[in-house]
Design a protein around this ligand. Structure first.
Ligand code: BTN
Length: 325
């Protein structure tokens, strides 16, 4: 953890205040160095009061994603979030992670952007990423999986995000296979899983996650208003993005450990329980082919099993799923 992250942790652990001397001792640096770091934190928007009786006290925080703040909130994780980087603007956080992957950076690194100029979704779609309104981030993973098992990671991410949304916003999101989270039938978040692989082995996977957090309805383009929503609209209040971001990383870390430990069946059970797709009639556009039938379950690789009208079981690993009424 960086010095700033440690200072923020100490301030949060002591809401009544903590003295400069205590901080200096805890962090093994001088009181002057503590003071200098506090000044820097103030410059990025933290309101930190100082007084002779209470020392330093955290009074208010900026609505901004800051790597040190996210690290401090997250604390220890096994893999995901050991290294967090935040950009004010980038093309796509998936592109940034792709570069880091090629440079040999360790798995678990997370890149957030306050806005993306070329955010992308599945099937070549554009992903809108307005400044400071959502969570737009990507995670680098180097799992020991076969390429056909990579869908497990998307499935695991969906349940991890769902739990985090429940904890922080109190809302029960539904999952639409494989990568969408919905509230009241409208999309709230999506996952774009990109992979580099050899024939029998995954080299790396990039989980790209987009969550619409604090937009108002009129901030969505008219054509999206019927199909997309934000947590703020659904909860009726602003959601603390840094808190949601760290809860998501914590839950992703938990499920990644389950996948790496060969516990996909537990992930699949939880997924099926929170899923809007299982048990429904669906149509799936897979390239030029349209498959229609009843979505029955997930198989061991995370593929969706659809029973067609002719009784045949189709294994769906990609494509666009529409829930039929
Ligand atoms: C989808 O629902 O189609 C997936 C959307 C994924 C969007 C996220 S935002 C962060 C990351 N960077 C991107 O360009 N896309 C993903």
């Amino acid at each position: 953890m960086t010095t700033d992250a440690k200072i923020l942790s100490a301030l949060r652990a002591n809401p009544g205040g903590v003295s400069g001397a205590q901080l200096a001792e805890q962090l093994a640096i001088s009181r002057a160095a503590i003071w200098a770091r506090i000044e820097e934190l103030r410059k990025v928007g933290f309101v930190i009061e100082a007084g002779p009786h209470f020392g330093y006290r955290l009074v208010d925080e900026p609505d901004a994603l800051l790597a040190d703040d996210l690290l401090a909130r997250l604390g220890e994780t096994k893999v995901i979030g050991r290294d967090i980087r935040v950009f004010e603007e980038t093309t796509s956080t998936n592109d940034v992670i792709e570069k880091l992957a090629r440079d040999g950076v360790k798995e678990g690194v997370v890149v957030f952007a306050e806005s993306q100029t070329k955010g992308r979704g599945r099937l070549g779609r554009k992903w809108l990423s307005p400044t400071h309104k959502g969570l737009w981030f990507s995670v680098l993973l180097r799992p020991d999986l076969r390429p056909q098992e990579a869908t497990q990671l998307t499935v695991a991410s969906a349940i991890a995000l769902r739990r985090a949304i429940k904890t922080v916003a109190g809302l029960p999101a539904e999952i639409k296979w494989p990568n969408d989270l919905l509230l009241g039938g409208k999309k709230i978040a999506g996952i774009l899983t990109e992979m580099s692989a050899e024939v029998d082995r995954v080299r790396h996977v990039i989980l790209g996650i987009g969550v619409d957090v604090n937009q108002d309805a009129d901030e969505f383009p008219a054509e999206l208003r019927k199909i997309a929503t934000s947590l703020k609209i659904e909860a009726g209040e602003e959601i603390h993005r840094a808190e949601l971001a760290t809860e998501m990383l914590r839950e992703l870390d938990f499920d990644y450990a389950r996948i790496c430990g060969g516990k996909f069946s537990r992930v699949a059970d939880e997924w099926e329980a929170g899923c809007a797709t299982i048990g429904k009639k669906v149509s799936v556009q897979m390239g030029a082919r349209l498959v229609r039938g009843g979505a029955e379950s997930l198989d061991d690789d995370g593929a969706l099993l659809v029973r067609t009208e002719h009784g045949h079981l189709e294994r769906v690993i990609g494509g666009d799923v529409t829930l039929e009424k």
